[in-house]
Design a protein around this ligand. Structure first.
Ligand code: URA
Length: 198
C-alpha cells in the first residue's frame, strides 16, 4: 500500500468529526500519485457520498470538460476536497470540520508534491489566503513555498451562474503555462504576506 493509499484508508475509518456519523462513504480523493496538478474542492456532494469518489456529479462533469479543453484528463491530476465527508443537505462545512480534516489534506499535498494547486471556490481559497475573497483572488497565481497556488471559481458556481463559466474557462487555459513556469512574485508587499504551505 502506498502512503497515499494509507491516508485514504485512515480517512475511510476516520471518526474525528460529526460528519462521519452521517456519511455513506468518505471521499478521500483520487488521481495520479505523482500529479503535477492538484485540485482542491469544498466537500463531497450527494453522488460523491454514495460512491466515495470526488467530483463525479454535475460539477465534476464540468471539471472534466475544462480539463479536456486544455488536453488533460482526470487520471493526470489529483482531485480532493477540504473535507472528506459530505455535510448533510450540502451545507457549508463548519470550521471545526475543516480543521479536523486538515491533517489529511496536508499529508496529501506533502505526498503528491504537485507543482500547481488549483483551489476550487472559496473554502479551499481560504486554506491558503484566508483574508481574500474569491472574486478578487481568482486567476491570480501565487507561489506558496515551492508550489504555485491558483485560485479559480468552483465549477458548481459556474453551473449556477452562466457568466462565470467563461471566466473559469479562461483561467483553466492558463494552467499549461503555470505548469511550465511558476509566476513571478507579484510585489514585495505580497511576498511578505505570503503564507507557508503548512
Ligand atoms: N463539489 C466539491 O466541492 N467536491 C466534490 O467532490 C463534488 C462537488
Amino acid at each position: 500500500m502506498s502512503e497515499l493509499e494509507d491516508i485514504s484508508a485512515q480517512i475511510n475509518a476516520c471518526e474525528d468529526c460529526q460528519l462521519s456519523r452521517t456519511r455513506t462513504c468518505a471521499v478521500p480523493g483520487e488521481g495520479s500519485e505523482t500529479a503535477d496538478v492538484m485540485f482542491i474542492g469544498e466537500a463531497p456532494g450527494f453522488r460523491e457520498d454514495q460512491q466515495g469518489r470526488p467530483f463525479i456529479g454535475p460539477a465534476g462533469q464540468l471539471l472534466e470538460q475544462l480539463l479536456g479543453q486544455i488536453g488533460m484528463q482526470r487520471k493526470d491530476v489529483y482531485i480532493t476536497n477540504m473535507v472528506k465527508c459530505r455535510p448533510t443537505d450540502n451545507r457549508d462545512p463548519f470550521p471545526g470540520e475543516i480543521q479536523a480534516c486538515g491533517k489529511y489534506l496536508d499529508r496529501q499535498i506533502e505526498l503528491v508534491r504537485p507543482k500547481v494547486i488549483v483551489t476550487l471556490g472559496r473554502h479551499s481559497l481560504a486554506r491558503f489566503f484566508p483574508k481574500e475573497t474569491i472574486s478578487k483572488a481568482r486567476g491570480r497565481a501565487r507561489n506558496v513555498g515551492d508550489i504555485t497556488v491558483f485560485p479559480v471559481y468552483h465549477p458548481a458556481a459556474a453551473l449556477r451562474q452562466q457568466s462565470l463559466k467563461g471566466i473559469l474557462e479562461k483561467d483553466f487555459e492558463r494552467l499549461p503555462e503555470l505548469l511550465r513556469k511558476p509566476p513571478a512574485p507579484e510585489s514585495q508587499e505580497q511576498d511578505e504576506q505570503q503564507l507557508s504551505m503548512f
